[in-house]
Every structure is written in structure tokens, then in C-alpha cells.
Ligand binder design. Structure first.
Ligand code: C2E
Ligand code: CA
Ligand code: CA
Length: 693
């Protein structure tokens, strides 16, 4: 048997069909047949359903219907049969109805071959009840119309299959492109929501109490559905409940509700589902094979079935694989974020576009002059009487929200700077440029516009860049940074040493400033030597590349002094001031006394002593390297110079503090070298004394 699957491509055939299958010529015969069908229609349909229940998938489907639903279905079937036998049926109307029926069959998950066999069963049932001696001509016509009908139904199957394929293509693209979990679930939900057989969808994760929080949804009724669940007998969805979402969360397997109206587990939520027009659903856990889910994607259908056909099941597995791999990619970067409900997300996105964004400013103090040279602008979002910090609201932002945040934050900061300047304070501003800015020209345009709008001399603006893996693959970071630099502004590499920023690319990227991450300076006391050594090495590296070095997150005076000792250029941290609203900053600067730092003499804190020990070791290292240098010995010999007395090692800067231990350290270095157990032991003893309070 061959089925023509395209009804419209072949105009001649259609014209043919129109003559053969429709038109006034058939009127008398069809009138008689229709009268007969109206009489025996019920019996025909009952027989037809008896036939259907020998087909396994059809039977499964019929078994989950309620008595009412089955009654409805049979009534529809009868109508459809009568429609096929009406004399005034037209090509267009027949086609539209058949496409619709085919779509329904495909969505409820009946396999195409069973639909074909079912149509056959219908034909047989009709012939059983209608006398072919009387209605032969009309029955033959009905048979031809049934065949035409099935061809259109199959066309619907193919269309839907094509739509699934397209949806998978789009989601494949998203899975590679999006930079954050939020973007992923927002965009994938939109894509799925536009797919024909999905009436609604949601991404959710349980909070600490097991209550599912839905972070992204699509579909006209999904939101009202979740609102209704809150008030329903079953309450909101919970990771322990018997619905598909809870089951999928626990089993890490795809779980279904094939029919809300007959699945006994769903009775508490049934009215809410009915009101929303959801009749079945499937919950897809986003979990690595053998792993725990990180979230659940739920798809709702306006029809029973729960996406059970082979092609649908295949579609679900493809979605699952794509999303899991996208999440894995993001986990390797930042970990996926805390849960934020979609209502909250939407409110924040709206707030951001109103005047609820308030930039706060944290001073950066230059360690040579002790003065405030610039301030970093840090975003805060006013939500009622709460002032949200980035840690709270950033996870809910999509990439468009970040652009909005940047453009607004930058304009605020430049406007403030202009105001401070009028008030007599010349401070630069530093604004954070998110990694989404790479590969997105809108950031550059916004920067250019803001600079001209506020007539800010461009060196007054620094952009802080976090070079993370989130930067879109293929983005030309060097090229884009160079373009920003072309505006005359300064660029800072943010969070150096946090494990995000790349040390290796420091040399090639055109940063003016590096900011050493606060995670480095918030280590425990016994790591103090390591902390200082690391800060020192990064500072030397920065200076050797001609960059200014700022240390962030300095919380106490002692660390501040130690850092100043190491030659760092500027600090930012609570020890100077916390981030504050623009109005406070003006007052704060007005009363600010330039920092005065201890000079080389005088009493020092243990941390400062450690810092000075590090500096001394650096000089000692150079001294030892110079002494041992064969080039130097060789050069002396060639020049006929007498062997020089070895120069004295640099003097330790600790005056009278335990001079015996100081001498022991120098001796150990001269005798055994600095990378010896002897030197290590002598150093530990001296450090023990230096850091005693
Ligand atoms: P960041 O750029 O590293 O900013 C410094 C963060 O460290 C700020 O947190 C600041 O309040 C905090 N901080 C400063 N001194 C100290 C200290 O002494 N001790 C401690 N414990 N913390 C200190 P905040 O404002 O919560 O911002 C967090 C992060 O959010 C920022 O880290 C930055 O990456 C991002 N961010 C803030 N505002 C914006 C913005 O307007 N746009 C973008 N794209 N990102 C922003
Ligand atoms: Ca920053
Ligand atoms: Ca930082």
C-alpha cells in the first residue's frame, strides 16, 4: 500500500480528487448512506472500538480514558463518520479536518501504523452494518474518502515529526550558545512553549524544604496553573509527592501522568489541571546517567497520552541529553545557581528597568599618596525595603538583563562622577563589564554613547573585566578589549588569582590594572606567609608587565600595612570603607584623612614583619644567584681581575629581635641554599619569633 503524503503539491490529482470524491453528483447516493449511518452509527462505532482494542497502543490509550472521555471520543468518531458521508463535504474542509485529527492522533501518541489499521477497522465496521447491495456506490466513495483521510492524517504525523526535529535543532544551538543556567532555562522554555504539541512547560528545582520552585515557564496557562496548585488540595509540587515531577526527582527517570483525569495519584491536583487545560504531562529529570537530577523539566499536553509514542519518547531523550550536557558545561564553569522563582525573576527584571537599580560606590585608595583615586561602582537592586546585592539577584538575570544593568549602571556612575567633579572631588569610576559583553556589540555601543552623553574624559572610566570561561567561544577577547581601549578608557583585569582570571593571558591582554582577588587575602593566619608571597609574586608580575596592582577585600589594618610593604599600588576593602550610596560617598570623602602608613623604622605588626622577610628573601635570592653565577666568575678571570671577596648578604631588617635566629637563617642560606631543609627549619624558627604578638 502506498500513501500519498502531500495533498496539495499535485494540483492535477487534487482536481481529480475533487471530481471523484466531492461534488453534487454524489448527492443522492450519499443522502441515503448518511440516513443509514445515522441509524446504525452507534453500533458501527462500538464495533470499531472493539476492533481498535486489539491494537496494543490504541488499547493502552483507550484504557486510560475515563468513561466520560471515552463517551466523548465515540461521539466525535460518529460525527466524523457522518462528516465523511455528507454530500456537501469539500476538498478543503475534508483536508482541514483530517489534518486536525491526524495531529491529535500523533500528539496522543498513537503510532501511525495503528492509525492506518484503525481506519481499516472502521471501514470493515461500516460494511458490516450497511448493506452493500443497497449502498454499494456510496460505500465505495466512502472507502476512497477514508483513504484520502488517512493520507492527510499521516501528513500531520510528518509535520509534527519535522517540528520536533526543528525544536531539537534549536535547542542544540542554545545548549552550545547560552552562557548561564538562567539563559538556558529561559530560552529553552520559550522554544519548547512554541512547539505545537506542548501546551506548557516548566523548569524547576526543590528548595531546601523540598518545595519545587519553578524558575522558568512557558505556555499561556502555566502560570495560573502553578498559582492554582498552591491553593489545591495537593498543595504546591513537592519533591516527595506522587506526581511525575516528584517521582522524576527521586527516580532520576522520565515519569509521566498519561491522563490527569484517571491517574489516581493526581486527584488532588486534578481541578487545577483541568482549569488550565492540561490533560497529561511528562517530567524529565536533568541528571547524568546514574547521577542525581539537578532540575526537572516538565512538559504539559492539552491531550491525554503523556508523550508516549516512540517518536515522542525519542524527542524527550534528546532534550534530556542536550540539557544535561549544557548544564555539565556550565557546572564546569560556575556551578548552576541557586533557585529563583520565575515570578521573582520577572519582578527583578522589571525593577532593573525602572529606577530600582542603585549603584553603590567603594573607594580605592592609592598607597603612595594615601588618597582616594577612584571608586568601584557596585550594583544594588531596591526591592521594597530590601536592598539586594549581586549575589542575590544576579543568578536570576538573563543576558539581556545584564546588558540593561550595564548600560544603566554605567550612566549612573558617569553622572555621579560629573556631580562629584562639580563638588570638587576628582575621582575616577570603575564599572564591571560582564563576560557576556564579549561577542555582543551592544556593550560597546552603550559605552560609547554614555561617554559622550556625560562628557566624561575617558581615562576617568575604568572597566573591570572578569575573564571567565563564560566568554562566548569564538569571541575575540583581545580584539574586543582593544576596541574598548580605543575609546581611551582604562581596563582592569578583575579577580586575579580567583581561579577565574587567566594568568597566562595577562601578558597579551591590554589591561592597565590588575585586581588581586579577595579570596587570596582571606586565608587563615597560619597561611599568612603563603598569602603574602602570592600577593608579592602577582604584584611583581603585574609591575613587570607595566600594570598597576590593586588588592581587593582588605579588611584589617595589619594586612593593609603588610600589603603596602610589598609594593602594591592601591587597596580596596572594608578597612577603608564599605560600598555606599552616592550621597554618602560625598560626605565620606569630605571627612577622609589620607592614609598614613608606617615607614621602615618603628614597631611593626607580625604581618608587616613577614612581608619584610619576604622582601629580604628576594634580595638574598638575587645575592646568592649573583655569587654563584659562572658568568661573573668567568668575566672576572678574563679581565684579569683578582677574585673578589664575596659581597655580604643583605642585612635582615629586624634590628635586635633575636639576632641569633637571624644569623642562623643567613648561615643556613649560605651553607645549604634557600631550598634546603636546613633553611626551612631556620626560617620556621625565626617566623615563630617574628609573628609572636
Ligand atoms: P567584585 O567586582 O570583585 O567587587 C568587589 C566585591 O567585594 C563587592 O561585592 C564588594 O562589596 C566586596 N568587598 C569589597 N571589600 C570587601 C572586603 O573587605 N571584604 C569582603 N568580604 N568583601 C568586600 P558586591 O558588591 O556584593 O559584588 C559582588 C560581585 O558582583 C562583584 O565582585 C562583581 O563581580 C559583581 N558586580 C557588582 N556590581 C556589578 C555590576 O554593576 N555589574 C556587573 N556586571 N557585576 C557587578
Ligand atoms: Ca570588580
Ligand atoms: Ca573583584
Amino acid at each position: 500500500m502506498t500513501w500519498r503524503t502531500s495533498g496539495t503539491d499535485d494540483r492535477d490529482d487534487d482536481a481529480d480528487d475533487t471530481l471523484h470524491l466531492y461534488g453534487p453528483a454524489w448527492q443522492p447516493a450519499l443522502d441515503r448512506l448518511a440516513a443509514e449511518l445515522r441509524r446504525s452509527g452507534r453500533a458501527i462505532v462500538d464495533r470499531f472500538y472493539a476492533g481498535l482494542s486489539t491494537l496494543p497502543r490504541s488499547r493502552q490509550f483507550l484504557d486510560v480514558l475515563s468513561a466520560d472521555e471515552l463517551g466523548n471520543l465515540k461521539a466525535h468518531q460518529l460525527q466524523n463518520l457522518l462528516m465523511l458521508a455528507t454530500p456537501d463535504l469539500t476538498f478543503e474542509r475534508h483536508r482541514a479536518i483530517a489534518l486536525h485529527v491526524g495531529r491529535v492522533h500523533a500528539i496522543v501518541g498513537l503510532p501511525a501504523d495503528e492509525v492506518i489499521l484503525g481506519q481499516e477497522a472502521l471501514h470493515v465496521a461500516v460494511r458490516r452494518h450497511v448493506d452493500s447491495a443497497v449502498h454499494g456506490e456510496a460505500l465505495a466513495l466512502l472507502g476512497r474518502r477514508l483513504i484520502r483521510d488517512i493520507a492527510w492524517q499521516i501528513e500531520s504525523y510528518l509535520r509534527l515529526k519535522g517540528a520536533r526535529y526543528e525544536t531539537v535543532q534549536q535547542i542544540t544551538q542554545l545548549a552550545w550558545d547560552v552562557g548561564s543556567y538562567t539563559d538556558l532555562i529561559v530560552e529553552v522554555a520559550q522554544t519548547l512553549g512554541a512547539h505545537d504539541e506542548i501546551a506548557g512547560c516548566s523548569f524547576g528545582r526543590p528548595d531546601g524544604h523540598g518545595k519545587f520552585r519553578f524558575e522558568s515557564i512557558a505556555g499561556a496557562n502555566t502560570e495560573s496553573y502553578f498559582a492554582a496548585l498552591e491553593r489545591s488540595a495537593g498543595g504546591p509540587i513537592n519533591s516527595m509527592d506522587a506526581g511525575p515531577v516528584g517521582r522524576a526527582w527521586r527516580s532520576a527517570k522520565i515519569e509521566r501522568c498519561v491522563n490527569f483525569s484517571t491517574d489516581p495519584r493526581m486527584s488532588p491536583w486534578r481541578p487545577a489541571a483541568r482549569a488550565a487545560g492540561f490533560r497529561s504531562s511528562v517530567a524529565i529529570p536533568l541528571a547524568e546517567p546514574g547521577g542525581r537530577p539537578v532540575a526537572v523539566l516538565t512538559l504539559h499536553s492539552a491531550l491525554p497520552g503523556g508523550f508516549v509514542s516512540d517518536d515522542q519518547a525519542n524527542f524527550l531523550v534528546q532534550l534530556q541529553m542536550l540539557l544535561v550536557s549544557a548544564i555539565r558545561r556550565m557546572e564546569n564553569q560556575d556551578g548552576i545557581t541557586r533557585t529563583v522563582r520565575y515570578e521573582t525573576r520577572r519582578r527583578w527584571a522589571e525593577l532593573l528597568r525602572s529606577d530600582a537599580l542603585e549603584m553603590h560606590y567603594q573607594p580605592v585608595v592609592d598607597l603612595k599618596s594615601g588618597r582616594v583615586t577612584k571608586v568601584e561602582a557596585l550594583a544594588r537592586l531596591r526591592d521594597g525595603d530590601r536592598l539586594l546585592t549581586p549575589a542575590v539577584f544576579f543568578p536570576a538575570l538573563s543576558s539581556d538583563d545584564f546588558l540593561e544593568l550595564y548600560a544603566r549602571g554605567l550612566r549612573q556612575a558617569l553622572a555621579q562622577r560629573a556631580g562629584w567633579l562639580r563638588a570638587g572631588f576628582d575621582v575616577g569610576v570603575s564599572v564591571n563589564l560582564p563576560s557576556g559583553a564579549f561577542g555582543d556589540d551592544r556593550y560597546f555601543d552603550a559605552t560609547q554613547r554614555a561617554l559622550s552623553e556625560y562628557a566624561c574624559p575617558s581615562p576617568g572610566l575604568t572597566l573591570e573585566v572578569l575573564e571567565t570561561d563564560e566568554i562566548a567561544s569564538g569571541a575575540n577577547v583581545l580584539g574586543e578589549l582593544a576596541r574598548f581601549k580605543g575609546l581611551g578608557i582604562r581596563l582592569a583585569e578583575d579577580d586575579l588569582g580567583s581561579g577565574h582570571s587567566s594568568l597566562t593571558r595577562l601578558r597579551e591582554l591590554p589591561f592597565d590594572v590588575i585586581k588581586i582577588d579577595r579570596s587570596i587575602v582571606t586565608l587563615a593566619d597560619d597561611d599568612a606567609s603563603d598569602v603574602l608571597r602570592f600577593v608579592y609574586q602577582l604584584t611583581r608580575l603585574g609591575h613587570s608587565l607595566g600594570k598597576q596592582v590593586i588588592v581587593e577585600g582588605v579588611e584589617n589594618r595589619e594586612l593593609l600595612e603588610a600589603i603596602a610593604t610589598l609594593g602594591v599600588d592601591a587597596v580596596q576593602g572594608y578597612v577603608i570603607a564599605r560600598p555606599m550610596p552616592a550621597a554618602d560617598l560625598e560626605r565620606w570623602i569630605a571627612q577622609y584623612q589620607p592614609l598614613s602608613l608606617p615607614d621602615h623604622s618603628g614597631s611593626h605588626s607580625p604581618l608587616v614583619r613577614l612581608a619584610r622577610l619576604l622582601l629580604w628573601e628576594e634580595r638574598l635570592y638575587l645575592h646568592l644567584a649573583g655569587m654563584a653565577s659562572p658568568a661573573r666568575v668567568g668575566a672576572d678571570e678574563m679581565a684579569g681581575r683578582p677574585r673578589r671577596e664575596p659581597a655580604l648578604p643583605p642585612e635582615l631588617p629586624f634590628g635586635s629581635i633575636d639576632t641569633a635566629l637571624q644569623q642562623a637563617l643567613v648561615d643556613a642560606a649560605l651553607e645549604h641554599g634557600m631550598i634546603s631543609p636546613e633553611y626551612g627549619a631556620a626560617r620556621r624558627r625565626l617566623v615563630g619569633v617574628l609573628t609572636r604578638r
